[in-house]
Design a protein around this ligand. Sequence first.
Ligand SMILES: [Zn+2]
Length: 425
Amino acid sequence: MHSVTRVSDLIDEVTHSWNIPLIKTLFSDIDVEAILSIPISSQGALDKGVWHYTDNGLFSVKSAYHLTRSSNIPYNSRERGESSSGSLQDGIWRLIWSLRVPNKIKSFLWRCSHNALAVLSNLFNKKIDVSPYCPRCNFAFETIEHLIFQCKSSKEVWANSPFANAVSPSWDSLSFTEWWIGMVQSVRNSSGVDDLHAILATLCWMLWKGRNIAYFDKKFWTCSTTVEKAITLCEEFKAATETVHALPRLSTPPHPSSWLPPPPNVIKLNVDGAVNKKNGISGAGIVARNHLGEILGSISIPFLGFLLPRSTEALAFREALITAAIRGFSEIIVEGDSLQVVQALIQDGKSLSDCSSILADCVELIPLFSSCSFIHVKRSCNRIAHSLAKQSLLGAKLECWGGPVSQHLASLARDDIQSSDCSLS
Ligand SMILES: [Zn+2]
């Protein structure tokens, strides 16, 4: 006989889902249904009491996240007399934001220094189903330090770069931030120090780009290719910023009546949940598209248990964020037609108690992206995700990346593009 004293005793540790056979032996049918309708955190959150009848349940992970963020606020809004680690963070902040490199590289370095990059060990620690091993050497866990300077292939890149004399084998045990400061210091007396700092930053970013190509496309850049690409990007950026003025920003209407493509370099993920109350089946649909409206990938994923419609919507957002992190997307927009879920994700301190653990998971995933925004849209703008969510009710997970899409999805995507052209002209 199981001894059940805590909620976690009812959860299967391996699959992070309710232990349905055990629950059925312990509770009445009505209670079983009520328990299975509660979504479970993928992070293994602790048991907690939640006032279930208001929208303001306890939200400890989110508040912890905000506490962490408030300790990382920019240096000019802090008081003097802070701790040495605070000063260190300030110095790093200043240095990164003064670099003459594209903003995406600054953001990348900032995420590296806060261990918030979607390297495989970080995804693995967030209970995402991936191998934590480095896809380039397959020898060690892929941490940020391994990615940037511990991996054999990264060492070769540095040895063939302008920083060949700076790197020392004894630096292998440093954290990313310590290593970064060491590298910056190593060239501080060189001529063209600003350019060298830009190349240093861009090389870190290029190692990440090369890693993504190794991971997703199974192609491997040589070390000279990586170095050349970094130097070229630095030169191009320098030339471009000296001649080009800032482009005007396009403002998006608050409630577009048709689907709008994201800006270039941003991936838009539309999500939707679906519930078949009669059969107690639920699931989600996710579609990722680029600025041309081309479908990059689509997912139909069924969920276990009798979930409420709002919980399936929240789970759809979480699946989209996990997918985007695994695919290495950097700038994303996640769009759905559940106003309550989108508001809960956007508004600080306001949550939905019945899916707070799912929303907390979502909030934990946000720092993995250089930009991540949530948009509420009408159902008419979310038809592909809706169609994929309905498909999930058939019970099988379907995922397609880079391949041809069904005629039905292709025609919905064409409609979206045509109506977005109309609304933009
Ligand atoms: Zn490696």
